[in-house]
Design a protein around this ligand. Structure first.
Ligand SMILES: [Zn+2]
Length: 353
């Protein structure tokens, strides 16, 4: 799974530009799928039919990552850009990025800033808006940018490489949510579906970071009886004033109780808790109103779908360097596989069950 994660985060896939991620997933999964298709928004949907009758389970992890887009090329060769997804303007200065051109070339760049020698002439309290910043792709002028193949509307993502470090941890960009995608790929490739009761749809959704857009249309194509999203979530175990130490990096998979997009189904959540306890899978409950996931759309489909989320704790989400614990990743995979194997009937998830 680590190698899968390493491969997935090496593929640029800003919101709306998930094409290469989709190509990777289709090539990797097509021989294992009972059906596989890519819908109009780019969601990759894989159907796996179990050996026994049972409920229809929808799983979703989002294939997109936060990024930027080329907005304007200035005469001196510097590039103005717009955000795609949520970024904190305080941390994007002087970070390395990569621009994907229309012919598929990856052009490195850096978000420019003033040198330290200029600081005494600046307002030290000022946080520049991204609209005042620029990306330097090493061009001498606008014609040079054109020679590099870079045009307005090209997508931009962080350039940080994947690296394992410390005690079983990994840093890099795009773990939100290629880590969830790696979990889905691993379950799809390792679970014995001849023993599964029901049908499982694995969705690699698009445009989650812009408002769960892919999950909305994927849900409409799958009449799910029960659903689980797999996504990273913010660990709260560092020292900032708002951190309440309720979700720890390395504390195991987060089982969602609530966030701003979802109150998890009590039955789905309790089944996940029982399975984690029975199989000694490290887990923790997540109550965090600061985040939403694909589940926010999945549970509202048709007559309502009992839904929860498995959360992979992460630090520094959407930043050039995110950190996850690889033990949490394994725990997430183990609990998802346990749920897929243990489901029997849709009635067990009914509201009054
Ligand atoms: Zn996410």
């Amino acid at each position: 799974m680590r190698q899968t994660l390493r491969e997935l985060v090496s593929i640029p896939g800003a919101c709306g530009f998930e094409h290469e991620v989709a190509r990777y997933l289709v090539a990797r999964l097509k021989d294992r799928a009972d059906e596989i298709w890519v819908d109009g928004l780019g969601n990759v949907i894989v159907k796996k039919t179990g050996g026994h009758p049972g409920p229809t389970l929808m799983l979703s992890a989002h294939a997109d990552e936060v990024g930027f887009i080329v907005k304007k090329i200035e005469p001196n060769g510097l590039i103005r850009f717009e955000k795609i997804g949520g970024h904190d303007d305080r941390i994007i200065l002087n970070e390395r990025v990569v621009v994907r051109t229309q012919d598929g070339a990856l052009r490195p760049g850096v978000i420019g800033c003033i040198s330290c020698h200029m600081m005494k002439f600046d307002n030290a309290q000022l946080v520049r808006k991204h609209s005042e910043m620029y990306i330097d792709v090493g061009a001498r002028d606008a014609e040079g940018v054109a020679r590099l193949g870079i045009r307005v509307a090209d997508p931009i993502t962080w350039a940080t490489p994947y690296e394992e470090f410390g005690e079983n941890r990994a840093m890099g960009h795009g773990f939100d949510d290629r880590a969830g995608c790696a979990v889905l790929v691993n379950c799809l490739e390792t679970v014995d579906f001849s023993q599964v009761h029901g049908t499982v749809y694995f969705v690699f959704s698009t445009q989650e970071e812009l408002g769960l857009r892919g999950a909305r249309v994927a849900s409409q194509q799958i009449a799910a009886d029960v659903a689980i999203a797999v996504d990273t979530t913010a660990a709260s175990d560092t020292f900032e004033a708002m951190m309440d130490d309720t979700l720890r990096l390395g504390g195991g998979v987060g089982i969602k109780v609530m966030d701003f997009s979802l109150l998890a189904s009590v039955h789905v959540r309790k089944k996940l808790q029982r399975l984690a306890e029975a199989q000694n899978i490290p887990h923790q409950l997540e109550i965090f109103p600061g985040i939403g996931t694909d589940a926010g759309e999945m549970h509202k489909e048709k007559a309502g779908v009992p839904t929860s989320v498995l959360s992979i704790p992460s630090r520094y989400a959407h930043c050039p360097v995110e950190v996850i614990d690889l033990g949490d990743l394994t725990a997430t995979r183990d609990l998802l596989a346990a749920f897929i194997t243990a489901m029997r009937t849709k009635e067990e998830f009914a509201f009054l069950a």
